[in-house]
Design a protein around this ligand. Sequence first.
Ligand code: SF4
Length: 289
Amino acid sequence: MFNKGSELINLCNEKQAKIFEIVIEKEQKTSGLSYDEVIKKMKETLEVMKSSATSALNKEIVSVSGLTGGNSKRVQDYKNNHKTISGEFINSAMAKALSTSEVNASMGKICASPTAGASGIVPSALLAAQEKLNVDDDMLVNALFTAAGIGEIVAKNATVAGAEGGCQAECGVAAAMAAGAITEMAGGTPSQALTAASFALINIMGLVCDPIAGLVEYPCNLRNASGVINALISADLALAEVQSLIPFDEVVEAMYKVGKSLPESLRETAQGGIADTPTGRKLSDEVIK
Ligand code: SF4
């Protein structure tokens, strides 16, 4: 039905439909499931996301390696007890992104969106937007279909693997999915949703994948926190009618080219970036011993 962003927008225009409606229709066709069954499955996904985004807010969940844990609670406590620099809303979104990241690092249940390493961004962005827009869960389910449609286009035309495209392909794509989804949820047009997704990718283009000890923990944890903010501001930029000079499909293509041009040391091999600092190597030795 659609492989590119431009095809998705054409379909939306032809059918006078939102992105989520086109994606639900496509999902029904490809899976053979009824509308109700497709929605039910996405509702289950939403519940997993809600649980992972909130379970580390009030209790420290530490990873098996001990490299990460407790940051979600730290940010949540900080937000509750201090006058913060970036405000309650931003800190609340970051705490939720960190929560899912910590649940993932402790082998808990998360929804890869698009990957486990970047799994905190979509749930926290959606929950933050829900709080702001005062919308019900049905709107979040619709937004997840929008996010899925955007993620699918990137997966088809580029990559969502850090090992292939760097962290821009994981946290960047997650932010793009989230940005598009919340833009549409806030009343933006399908074109504005893809503009928001473009902004999110442009904002972090070239971001390398450099996990300490090769574990999906650090800097992944931090990048989930920054990823949700990228998604939120990208949505606001698009909703404010800031125009993307480069169309979404070309941004995706550029991201893929950049990813392929990254040296292997910066694509999840733990041989470059912060993984290859003296402290990064020392931590790696301690974890792997
Ligand atoms: S740094 Fe690498 S492993 Fe971690 S989230 Fe980014 S792409 Fe995934």
